[in-house]
Ligand binder design. Structure first.
Ligand code: PLP
Length: 489
């Protein structure tokens, strides 16, 4: 029994392409943040699968009626929470073909084009952000996995026979220690947890007033660990931290790591993308000296999720950490030296053909087109920053090097101890309108609003509307009896 005849496939396929095109022409028709209650989607779906085939038109109707209300629209130009992800039309077409071909690029011969296109686009991206040829690139799903891979390679570089003998019960194995800043992404710590380093051996280095890792504190922490018998082996600097988008001083950190023989990984998951813009190239200063580096085109380079670009200068170490060759995956002698088998470069064997969507995107936009759009996002962030700075009772709480602004309401009419509550309530009220979606973070214990621009369709009118709503809600809430200075809480 065929799963669907090719006539129906063509008809539904055309219908769905039309649907996607219309959806993307006007994603604002839906509330940006899904308004459903927990469990609401599940409650409308049968708990057991259908025994008999169902008509595809019925399935699509349920998609519209049941699934769509539970979608938070990352494609909405007013999605400004976290770091936005948006695809692009060429990227979506790439995903479609990837699904159609459905190749598994685990070995070169299981699809030479999947492997070789990956090598080509990773070399393109390397040039686009100005990294030297010494870096070899591999596509991973997410930055979390890229950074985990970096920790694994760094651990292998210690030559402690961990691959062979493991870590448990070994009296000859020293305590391994890792370093990252207080502001780095939780994935770095997670990588250390997964690889048996232990949370207590992961140092979160202090940051300065602009949320950048303090190199002297890094050096001191490394020295303290060495004195107490630890073996410092891995440090992660971040270009564009998750909360404030601060840029760690990579050149100074690279000096320390070089001297101390510590593997330096740079997490540029978000901020690294900005280096495509020629005048932003400086953000990757010093990264050429890193041992590994990650940036996510799915965060800010118009590539549909997932696509994380992992680079290392030590591809042999990476392969030593991950290569394992059962007979059934062996490549014929003649080809073995000539080809790349990406199964040797990470945890997974099976690999999606991710290079295709990126290749479509770069060729459709051109590097200049990508750069222009990212430059515009940075400009919009500075416009928004200017509005906040120019308005009394509001403050910008961190520098704005990229396209993200952290700010808060601090109206003199509301006592300072109520500002956290006020900002949280402003955020909830603004998000409840369904018109925009912002997120928050905490800095020095203060509740801070976080507006990040990364959507290909975001224009000045969208940030203006967000600002209007924020001001209106703050005005309304500042007059609230429970927050006002004059009335008891
Ligand atoms: N690194 C940084 C700096 C991030 O901001 C994020 C997510 O926002 C990550 C890593 C994790 O990214 P992913 O979802 O690709 O694992």
């Amino acid at each position: 029994m065929a799963e669907m005849n090719s006539g129906d496939f063509k008809a539904y396929g055309k219908q769905l392409i039309d649907w996607i095109a219309e959806y993307l022409d006007y994603p604002e028709r839906y509330p940006v943040l899904s308004q459903v209650k927990p469990g609401e989607i599940k409650s409308q779906l049968p708990a057991a699968p259908p025994a008999a085939p169902e008509d595809f038109a019925t399935v699509l109707r349920d998609f519209e009626d049941i699934v769509m209300p539970g979608i938070t629209h990352w494609n909405n130009p007013a999605f400004m929470a976290y770091f936005g992800i948006t695809g692009s039309l060429p990227g979506i077409l790439g995903e479609l073909l990837t699904a159609g071909l459905n190749v598994n690029g685990m070995l070169w011969r299981t699809s030479p084009s999947a492997t070789e296109l990956e090598e080509v686009v990773m070399a393109w991206l390397r040039q686009m952000v100005g990294l030297p040829e010494t870096f070899t690139g591999v596509i991973m799903d997410t930055a979390s996995i890229s950074s985990l891979i970096a920790v694994a390679a760094a651990r292998e570089a210690l030559n402690l026979r961990i691959r062979e003998e493991g870590m448990a019960g070994r009296s000859d194995l020293p305590r391994l220690t890792m370093y990252t800043s207080e502001q780095s992404h939780s994935s770095i710590e997670k990588g250390g947890i997964v690889l048996g380093i232990g949370q207590h051996n992961i140092r979160k280095i202090e940051v300065d007033a602009e949320f950048r890792m303090k190199p002297d504190c890094l050096a001191a922490a490394i020295e303290a660990d060495r004195r107490s018998g630890g073996v410092p082996f891995f440090a992660c600097a971040t270009v564009g931290t998750t909360s404030t988008t601060s840029i760690d001083p990579v050149p100074a950190i690279a000096d320390i790591c070089g001297r101390e023989r510590v593997w330096l990984h740079v997490d540029g998951a978000y901020g690294g993308n900005a280096a495509v813009v020629p005048e932003m190239r400086w953000v990757l200063q010093g990264v050429e000296r890193a041992d590994s580096f990650v940036l996510n085109p799915h965060k800010w380079m118009f590539t549909p999720i997932d696509f994380s670009a992992f680079y290392t200068r030590h591809v042999d170490t990476l392969k030593r950490a991950f290569s394992i060759l059962p007979e059934y995956l062996r490549t014929a002698e003649g080809d073995a030296q000539a080809v790349t088998n990406f199964m040797d470069y990470g945890v997974q064997l099976g690999r999606r053909f991710r290079a295709l969507k990126f290749w479509f995107m770069v060729r459709s936009f051109g590097v200049d087109g990508i750069s222009e759009r990212i430059r515009e996002h940075i400009r919009l962030a500075h416009v928004f920053e200017g509005w906040v700075r120019a308005t009394s009772g509001w403050e910008v709480v961190a520098p704005v090097p990229f396209s993200t602004v952290n700010f808060r309401a601090c109206p003199p009419g509301v006592p300072e101890e109520k500002w956290n509550e006020l900002n949280e309530r402003v955020l909830n009220a603004v998000n409840a309108t369904g018109e925009v979606f912002l997120s928050h973070t905490k800095l020095h214990g203060n509740y801070v609003l976080h507006l990040a621009i990364g959507n290909i369709r975001t224009e000045e009118k969208h940030i203006a509307r967000a600002w209007e709503l924020l001001k209106a809600e703050r005005g309304r809430l500042s007059a609230d009896a429970s927050l006002s200075r004059n009335l008891p809480a």
